[in-house]
Design a protein around this ligand. Structure first.
Ligand SMILES: Nc1ncnc2c1ncn2[C@@H]1O[C@H](COP(=O)(O)OP(=O)(O)O)[C@@H](O)[C@H]1O
Ligand SMILES: [Mg+2]
Length: 373
């Protein structure tokens, strides 16, 4: 029934929001029950009060992973055996979805509508989540891994078959690298063809995604910054002119010598150019942050434009790094978007100009207790 309603609304995404959240034993949050606003939620409290833990709990619920630790286990409250996060997602179609995640120190359990699920991706589709935190600001000046994750978040939410294509590529890559290390040259051929097939699909998806993202990004960046002649430049992981197969064959000797595959979708990247030069080398720190913010917001807007459902944005401590005008612009932008937002700051007055946004809820966090303020 839910599938059908999604189909009916194919052109117009289904709006959704987390309307009930229950947290047990996540970091310093012993037992928290929250009824968030459908749109803007502002969370403030002193350092160490539990703000990031709250966002982490939402992240756990939506992704079955933490953004602070590689292991969910670390989020279990000290001297407790397990953590539980559950939530109710309301859709404008009237549908309500129950999500739940539990970790008992050994095992992770995911539940969607009373059913146990075995893949994280099902959760990710049930509650698309965008995260912006201080580390996000490294998007344009750190290594390419963050930028690949950025592109793949977008493609993953656009194409349900992407994850599988990407896994096939990774599998072929691992096989080929194993053969290179043991110098089994004869067996390389079959994996070269697999890499060619899946690598090309992955590259096409990513390129198409950036092409679609670009105009939306320009429009948003224009609201925060006065930078002209911006360009998103996709790097697929091998020379544009040649096929991946040709490149693998040309590289074979070098790959054998080093024992790994030099070219392919695992080396993909993108650059943000300003007047044909890498923006990161010329813009100010503040401008760079606003560019990253615009890219992340553009992703959500694109998802709304073509996705079947809306998304939720977590913004942890990220506003503290912006000036007051930018914060106010951000807040107004978020309020105008059809999304749910959870945003943290240490003080109530750090969120920007609240008079220009409509409905919102403010929460105060103190020693792991959260009350509506
Ligand atoms: N596994 C854990 N169990 C209990 N408390 C923890 C755990 N991990 C971290 N903490 C504590 O949780 C508190 C809240 O941290 P955090 O949510 O990051 O605060 P904030 O974002 O408000 O600054 C910190 O005091 C931290 O020491
Ligand atoms: Mg924090």
């Amino acid at each position: 029934m839910f599938k059908r309603s999604l189909k009916l609304a194919a052109k117009n995404y289904v709006s959704m929001s987390l309307q009930k959240l229950d947290i047990y034993h996540v970091r310093n949050l012993e037992r928290v029950s929250l009824a968030p606003a459908a749109k803007i939620n502002l969370i403030y409290g002193a350092n160490g009060s539990g703000k990031s833990s709250l966002l982490e709990a939402i992240h756990l619920l939506a992704r079955a992973s933490s953004f602070r630790s590689t292991s969910v286990k670390n989020a279990i409250q000290f001297s407790h055996e397990e953590l539980i996060v559950s939530g109710k997602v309301h859709f404008t179609t009237g549908h309500v979805s129950h999500l739940g995640i539990q970790h008992n120190g050994k095992q992770l359990q995911i539940r969607i509508d009373e059913e146990t699920k075995h893949s994280r991706s099902e959760l990710a589709y049930a509650l698309p989540l965008q995260l912006i935190h201080p580390k996000s600001y490294q998007l344009l000046d750190a290594g390419p891994q963050l930028r690949r994750e950025f592109m793949d978040w977008g493609v993953f939410n656009q194409h349900t078959d992407f994850l599988n294509q990407w896994r096939q590529f990774k599998k072929a890559l691992n096989q080929r690298n194993a053969l290179l290390k043991t110098k089994r040259v004869k067996e390389l051929n079959v994996w070269n063809h697999e890499l060619q097939q899946y690598g090309t699909i992955v590259a096409n998806y990513r390129e198409q995604y950036l092409t679609e993202l670009q105009p939306i990004f320009f429009k948003i960046a224009d609201q925060f910054l006065e930078l002209k002649n911006l360009e998103l430049n996709f790097i697929q992981g091998w020379e544009q002119e040649s096929s991946l197969l040709d490149k693998l064959l040309a590289d074979q000797e070098k790959d054998l010598r080093y024992g790994f595959t030099h070219s392919g979708s695992h080396r993909a990247d993108f650059q943000l150019l300003l007047d044909s030069r890498k923006a990161k080398d010329f813009v100010s720190r503040g401008q760079l942050k606003l560019l990253v913010l615009s890219l992340k917001l553009a992703q959500v807007e694109l998802l709304l434009n073509q996705g079947s459902q809306s998304a939720c944005i977590l913004i942890d401590d990220a506003v503290a790094e912006l000036d007051y005008l930018s914060r106010s612009k951000l807040l107004a932008f978020l309020a105008a978007m059809d999304i749910q937002v959870f945003m943290t700051a240490t003080e109530k007055n750090e969120f920007g100009d609240l008079s220009q946004i409509g409905e919102y809820k403010m929460f105060h966090v103190e020693h792991g207790a959260i009350v509506e303020a």
